[in-house]
Design a protein around this ligand. Structure first.
Ligand code: NAD
Length: 356
């Protein structure tokens, strides 16, 4: 097992080093190698995705990723922004399936903005297609009409094979869960989404044991707030997934708790916390490392098929929460406020306890 480690910027290195403590305990035999990306790539090699970093990603089985980004990058040209490093990496490795679980830890139910009875027991996954749609479709740009008025253009575009591969990923994921897929589209208005629905329905026939339903994006957004527990796997395109997954994230409270996995055609995956580089809290030992640790648990399950070990890590996280350990973002009165390092150490201690 070869794992590329890309801590990136801001709190990335802080949270990834906690995930590495867990990795060394759970997978002592794994080989790890670190490489710079994002701002760290620019500082080290002058570009956000140095060629050596890409080469390492290609020869690794999985990537443990932190976060990229600086405080004020919006003014930089697109190809010089730290975030471009991650976009290029996803594209180079064709990581088209972005899984974002939203799981309610009972210990954190008070952190959700929704009523406890709505989110108690919540356990869903949003699968967002990551390499197509209006974010990549051409033509795109801002043009000037003969009248002198400017017009902005983006193109929603999906090929059948792009829809097919993400649909298969959704049905396969559902088979490992509660066997329900809800495909979210806007087939009533958009032709691209009409094709989406047609292809997902066709792929669904190969998985008769999985229940398939369809919702329009507006209804899906409403249902996510009203009755989110009815969902198991939600599969959707890039732009709808971008928005829905952030909404789903907030159901569970803090962004510091949310892991993600981006997978390609083989089992190689990039595993990263959903949060960014959080420059406002970087270097202070206060960032929550649990999203990074839970991302590593996803790696164990999705790239290495080590379900038992993945469960063990998730159980260790639950156990530290039950013991009252909290970083600032999830702190409540009566719990024990700890820093990033201490939280990482507590998870490793819990792992030791649980494995004996
Ligand atoms: P962010 O996720 O970095 O931070 C949003 C808020 O959440 C901040 O108040 C931050 O302090 C808090 N927060 C984030 N992670 C936390 C954690 N683990 N523990 C405790 N609190 C946490 O989002 P942002 O502020 O919009 O973006 C900051 C930078 O990160 C930008 O440069 C952005 O481009 C980049 N970014 C990178 C990724 C990525 O690498 N995948 C994702 C999102 C944003």
């Amino acid at each position: 097992m070869k794992i590329a480690v890309m801590p990136g910027d801001g709190i990335g290195p802080e949270v990834v080093s906690q995930a590495l403590k867990v990795l060394r305990y759970v997978l002592p035999q794994a080989e790890t190698e670190e490489a710079p990306i994002g701002l760290a790539g620019i500082v080290a090699r002058g570009v956000p995705l140095p060629p050596e970093t890409l080469a390492l990603a290609r020869r690794s089985d999985a990537i443990l990723f932190g976060s990229v980004g600086g405080a004020d990058e919006a003014s930089l040209p697109r190809n010089e922004r730290p975030g471009t490093g991650l976009l290029q990496l996803r594209e180079e490795l064709t990581l088209f399936a972005n899984f974002r679980p939203a799981f309610m830890f009972p210990e954190l139910i008070g952190a959700s903005t929704l009523k406890p009875e709505i989110v108690d027991g919540l356990d869903l996954v949003i699968l967002r297609e990551l390499t197509g749609d209006v974010y990549f479709g051409k033509p795109r740009g801002i043009e000037t009409l003969p009248s002198g008025e400017r017009v902005g253009i983006n193109t929603m575009r999906y090929t059948e094979s792009e829809i097919e591969r993400v649909a298969h990923a959704a049905f396969r994921a559902a088979r490992r869960r509660r066997k329900k897929v809800c495909s979210v589209d806007k087939a009533n208005v958009l032709e691209t989404m009409q094709l989406w629905r047609e292809v997902v329905t066709r792929v669904g026939r190969d998985y008769p044991d999985v229940e398939l339903s369809h919702l329009f994006i507006d209804a899906a957004a409403m249902t996510l707030m009203r009755a989110p527990k009815q969902f198991d796997v939600i599969v959707t395109g890039n732009i709808f997934g971008d928005i829905l997954s952030d909404a789903a994230a907030m159901l569970t409270g803090s962004i510091g708790m949310l892991p993600s996995a981006s997978l390609g055609v083989d089992r190689k995956g990039l595993y990263e916390p959903v949060h960014g580089s959080a420059p406002d809290i970087a270097g202070k030992d206060i960032a929550n490392p649990l999203a990074a640790i839970l991302s590593f648990a996803m790696m164990l399950r999705d790239s290495f098929d080590l379900e038992d070990k993945a469960k063990l890590v998730e159980k260790a996280v639950r156990s530290v929460l039950a013991d009252g350990y909290r970083t600032g973002d999830i702190y409540e009165e009566g719990t024990r406020r700890v820093g990033t390092e201490e939280m990482g150490d507590a998870v490793v201690q819990a792992l030791r306890r649980l494995s004996n």
